[in-house]
Design a protein around this ligand. Structure first.
Ligand SMILES: Cc1cc2nc3c(=O)[nH]c(=O)nc-3n(C[C@H](O)[C@H](O)[C@H](O)COP(=O)(O)OP(=O)(O)OC[C@H]3O[C@@H](n4cnc5c(N)ncnc54)[C@H](O)[C@@H]3O)c2cc1C
Length: 385
């Protein structure tokens, strides 16, 4: 994949990897154990421009292409998945605003999001509604020029730290989305601790009690919030997550190779065993395939190709499943050592499974991709008859 990058992209990738090696890898286990992403580190990330890497320069971002954005997420994913989750949601909120925000919303919020002065969170999932988003229970009711928001959201990444929430709900059968600043009267934020993975991602439950939303905070047209607004956020979330999973896969591979070339079983090294080599061969091949799929998805985004959604879904589907296999094998290779918090493999194992759940589960991706492939094939067959 490296050979496909431009010199500029290669230089950025080296910079990202060095940043992660110096500022993340030594602390990742501690952050995971403490379930805390320190504020001073988030400030450093913001100062480096990494929270607005994909936002155009006119709005204060770096304006990097999506291949570079993908490389950033890959490098961060090598360090700790809870941190890529921050890049994911920041991109989901900012890219949605860039696409569907009013001029006033863009002028007010994009610059501080790009500079990392504020953190955005994407509040779609509810206690009773995950994949089937058309059944959202959060309600918007028109009152004069405003809306009254009531409902609950759950599993909101960085909900505990966010300054601005992009909230989805319904007004009768019309889907709605709005911007909700964290100091809004009637907003209650309750941290969720003890997740299996992404433990430092400051998850929260949000409760909305008769919150007054000015019409100027509504994002997109009423009725189009799920089909158009949420789908944009999820698309960029998938780009970020697939590259993050690819970085985690690299972590599994690198740790496995190091361990198996040092640990002895009797007079042999673990890596001398054919069966262990099988695991490493599969991991290395999956890693290569994952990075190519991620590159192809990001390149399609940069080139605005018509099949970009399909490419991004394929990258998310493949990398999230491959990393679950790789993390399981990374623990297997390390035996009992891999089962203890002193080994990063244990964290990789817990984080990897989350990749199959966020931004559309594996089953949802199978439904979407299966439908696309069958429809394409049907068109081809029809054209031939
Ligand atoms: C660490 C973490 C961070 C998250 N961050 C956020 C966030 O920032 N914002 C946010 O809004 N949400 C977030 N989520 C929630 C996440 O998006 C949902 O968990 C996900 O959409 C799945 O919903 P669910 O958990 O309710 O599962 P359900 O939708 O209840 O699904 C249960 C099972 O049924 C399967 N299933 C569902 N529908 C179908 C179908 N039609 N066909 C076949 N199988 C199906 C699913 O694949 C799954 O296996 C986060 C979750 C986690 C774990």
């Amino acid at each position: 994949m490296i050979s496909l990058l431009t010199e500029n992209q290669k230089a950025h990738y080296e910079e990202f990897k060095e940043f992660i090696k110096a500022n993340v890898e030594p602390y990742a286990s501690k952050w995971d154990y403490n379930q805390e992403m320190p504020d001073d580190f988030i400030s450093l990330l913001a100062k480096s421009g990494y929270l607005g890497s994909n936002i155009p320069t006119e709005f204060g971002g770096k304006g990097w292409d999506f291949v570079t954005f993908g490389l950033l997420n890959e490098a961060v994913g090598r360090g700790i998945s809870s941190l890529t989750d921050l890049l994911t949601i920041q991109a989901m909120v900012s890219m949605t605003l860039l696409k569907w925000g009013s001029k006033e919303q863009k002028d007010r919020w994009l610059n501080p999001l790009a500079k990392g002065e504020i953190i955005g969170a994407f509040a779609l999932t509810e206690p009773n509604v995950g994949s089937a988003i058309q059944n959202l229970e959060t309600s918007f009711k028109k009152k004069g020029n405003n809306y009254i928001l009531n409902g609950r959201k759950r599993w909101t990444s960085y909900g505990e730290k966010a300054d601005l929430f992009l909230v989805f709900g319904k007004d009768e059968d019309k889907s709605m989305a709005c911007l909700l600043p964290k100091d809004s009267p009637g907003l209650e934020i309750s941290p969720i601790k003890n997740m299996m993975g992404f433990r430092a991602a400051h998850m929260a439950q949000l409760n909305f009690h008769d919150i007054e939303i000015p019409e100027s905070n509504i994002v997109g047209k009423p009725g189009f919030a799920l089909s158009h607004v949420a789908s944009i956020g999820l698309h960029y979330g998938r780009i970020s997550t697939s590259c993050s999973a690819s970085g985690l896969l690299r972590a599994c591979f690198e740790e496995s190779v190091i361990y198996s070339s040092q640990r002895k079983i009797g007079k042999k090294l673990v890596g001398d065993e054919g069966m262990i080599r099988t695991l490493i061969a599969r991991m290395g091949t999956d890693l290569h395939a994952a990075s190519l799929l991620c590159y192809s998805a990001c390149k399609a985004e940069d080139e605005h190709t018509s099949n970009v959604y399909e490419k991004v879904q394929m990258a998310k589907y493949f990398t999230s499943r491959a990393v679950v296999r790789a993390a399981s094998d990374a623990v297997q290779i390390q035996g009992a050592n891999g089962c203890h918090e002193s080994s990063p493999a244990a964290r990789y194992y817990r984080d990897s499974k989350i990749m199959e759940i966020i931004e559309g589960t594996t089953q949802i991706h199978e439904r979407m991709l299966g439908k696309t492939f069958v429809e394409k094939a049907a068109k081809l067959i029809k054209a031939k008859i």
